[in-house]
Design a protein around this ligand. Structure first.
Ligand code: 13P
Length: 257
């Protein structure tokens, strides 16, 4: 398991250049909170500006196309986001699955393209509320994950992070409890170990996402097999996001430069 929790802010469709001041403040704080690894996924238009200014935080994209190049008006390839400074890409987010009809097979192709372009992938999975109520969430999520992982990848290591984001917890202020999160993350770990083997499968970080705030971060990050958080709304201001990073890092690191 990684020792440093990975805290990623997903800005979704928020942010113009006016928000670069927030990214700068987050970057400055991250330099004193080295016990956590911090990253931001701003909209495409801000990837390069954030990358250019960031000394500490990683920068990523929120999606990419599955193809290399060509006649795809409005789309952006994995190589393009890498060229803009992205180190990783979030794929399979439930908002893309819902609003753009993205199926596991497409997410899998995108992940293959991202790895080929040298990007790390944060692969999202999560169940709708009805599935949770029916008691079949673990089955749903593990199948979704298995089907979204590219078949040709034999080793994942640092290049893959999984984010468990129950759809009913995104932007609602509701979260599963620590036991429920732990049980789901253990089920995800099992899939990863079966797919990549004991050593490699154990290295892959599994983030929790869905209504993470500075108030609940310490508790949620303490759940079994949770290696960090994917944060939406609370990542949009430095104040709220840094609160989460501090909770993850267990306070400021005085040894940091
Ligand atoms: P919220 O933190 O706003 O619930 O969003 C979670 C999310 O979807 C991150 O990808």
């Amino acid at each position: 398991m990684h020792e440093r929790p990975f805290i990623v802010g997903n800005w979704k469709m928020n942010g113009t250049r006016a928000m670069l001041s927030q990214a700068r403040a987050i970057d400055r704080a991250a330099q004193n909170l080295m016990r956590a690894e911090v990253a931001l996924a701003p909209p495409y238009t801000l990837i390069h500006p954030v990358h250019r200014e960031a000394a500490q935080i990683g920068v990523g994209a929120q999606d990419c196309h599955a193809g290399d190049e060509g006649a795809h008006t409005g789309d952006i390839s994995a190589a393009m986001v890498a060229d803009a400074g992205a180190k990783f890409v979030i794929l399979g987010h439930s908002e893309r699955r819902k609003a753009h009809g993205e199926k596991d097979s497409l997410v899998r192709k995108k992940a293959g393209a991202a790895f080929a372009a040298g990007l790390q992938v944060i692969l999202c999975c999560g169940e709708p509320e009805q599935v949770r109520d029916e008691g079949t969430a673990q089955d749903y999520v593990t199948k979704q994950l298995e089907a979204s992982l590219p078949k040709e990848i034999e080793r994942a290591g640092e290049n893959l992070t999984v984010a468990y984001e129950p759809i009913w917890a995104i932007g609602t202020g509701r979260t599963p409890n620590v036991e429920e999160i732990g049980a789901m993350h253990r089920a995800i770990r099992k899939v990863l170990v079966e797919r990549f083997g004991e050593d490699d499968g154990a290295q892959i970080r599994i983030l929790y996402g869905g209504s993470v705030t500075a108030d609940n971060a310490a508790e949620l990050l303490g759940a079994d097999e949770v290696g960090g958080a994917l944060v939406g709304g609370a990542s949009l201001t430095a104040d709220t996001f840094i609160g989460i990073v501090m909770a993850a890092a267990g306070g400021a690191d005085s040894a940091a430069s």
